[in-house]
Structures are given as C-alpha cells and as structure tokens.
Design a protein around this ligand. Structure first.
Ligand code: BG6
Ligand code: MG
Length: 213
C-alpha cells in the first residue's frame, strides 16, 4: 500500500523535550519523597500529564488529596514551561526538518499526534507549525495513549486509512497506540523500542521515504 501520510509524535520525535519532562517529574517525585530514575521515566513517555502523576504515586505507593494532586500537576507544568522557554529550531531532533520538507514536496499529508497539552506552543517555539495539515494534542483526547484515539483522529482528519499512514514514536505507549490502530509504527530515538517495532531508527536521518512513497 502506498503511504499517503506521516504522523509524528512530538516530544522525543520532533523536539528534544523528553529530558525536560523527566527533570520536571523528578522534582515532583522529590517533593513527594519518591525515588524516580530514568528507568522509571520510560513508563511515563507518551503518557498524559494526569496519568504520569498517577504512575509516580503508584511507584511510591502514595495516596494524596485531589487538591494536592491538581496543585502538583500545575507546579510540574509551570516548571516544565519555564525550562523550555528558550526552545528554538536548534532543539529540533536530527533529520526532522529535512524529512518535513521532503515529505511536503512529495505531496504527503503531515500530522502531529501528541499527548501533550503544550504541543501547539512548542511547535510555535521551534517554528514548524506550518508544515502540518493537522495537529492532535492532549486537549483533543478522551483516551490517552496507549489508546489509538490520537492517531485515529489524525488519520480521519487527513482523510487517510491507518494503513496508509506511518506513525513515528519514541515511547512504548505510542507504539502500542499505533499498533492497536493498525498504523505502520516506526520507533525512533529510544533503543528500548528495538524489539517493539518492525523498524527502529536512531534518528529520522535514517528514514528512507523512497521505500514507502
Ligand atoms: C508526551 C510526553 O508527549 O506528553 C510526556 O512524552 C508528557 O512525557 C505528555 O507527560 C503530556 O505533556 P504535557 O505537556 O501536556 O504535560
Ligand atoms: Mg514522545
């Protein structure tokens, strides 16, 4: 089947923001007296803000009030946003810009499918907003990744079938979502995904569009 669209996850695929999320969650965990390492952080990649805090609390076997839960979410996001305020095109991951330009020239449709409620703000900061025909983000979703809703909505808006779309993901939750939705799932920039997908790439410079278009 000929590919008609590319759907990109944002954090860790297009932009190098995953470490900022990690540092911000580590601060939250510290506040709660919970140990939180990069290994724990793998479980949070691609996961919504609310579910991420739930996972941290599970990790530390802690129960907190709803008010405190919401306060921690707000504090985490404030800290995260402060840490990315100087984000620019320099923070685009390797191969992103070339692939966007090439795919556009080939007439492919392009979408972002992200769990982040900050996705549009980030796309603006790094200056690639105009490449995308549609952007589905954390504000549009009822069911977060690993549910396929994010990618199914994207494909629908692009007027494509899932098997006509490639999904690029750096998170296990996202790969699960793409597979569940019957998309072509490609793992990028996260070696823990090597056994989870048919194709794994260290970065997008390794992607050969000509093999699919
Ligand atoms: C995903 C990230 O893209 O978005 C997660 O991989 C993050 O680490 C999630 O928690 C939600 O992001 P935000 O910006 O809405 O807090
Ligand atoms: Mg990601």
């Amino acid at each position: 089947m000929k590919i008609r669209a590319l759907i990109f996850d944002l954090d860790g695929v297009l932009v190098s923001t995953e470490h900022n999320h990690f540092i911000a969650w580590q601060k939250t965990a510290q506040t709660l007296g919970i140990e939180f390492t990069e290994v724990h952080n793998e479980l949070l990649k691609g996961v919504s803000r609310i579910d991420s805090l739930k996972k941290i609390l599970e990790l530390g076997k802690k129960v907190i009030s709803e008010d405190y839960f919401n306060q921690l979410l707000q504090e985490k996001n404030n800290f995260y946003l402060e840490s990315i305020q100087n984000l620019s095109q320099d923070h685009l991951l390797k191969g992103v810009l070339n692939l966007l330009v090439k795919a556009k020239n080939e007439g492919l449709k392009l979408a972002v499918g992200s769990s982040s409620k900050n996705a549009k703000h980030i796309l603006q900061l790094v200056g690639i907003m105009e490449y995308f025909d549609t952007i589905i983000d954390g504000n549009d979703l009822t069911f977060p990744k690993p549910h396929p809703e994010v990618f199914l909505k994207g494909a629908h808006l692009l007027d494509c079938q899932p098997d006509e779309c490639i999904v690029f993901e750096d998170a296990l939750s996202g790969i699960k979502a793409a597979k569940e939705g019957r998309f072509i799932a490609i793992g990028v920039g996260n070696p823990t995904l090597k056994n989870e997908t048919q194709l794994y790439l260290d970065d997008l410079t390794q992607f050969r569009l000509e093999d699919y278009a």
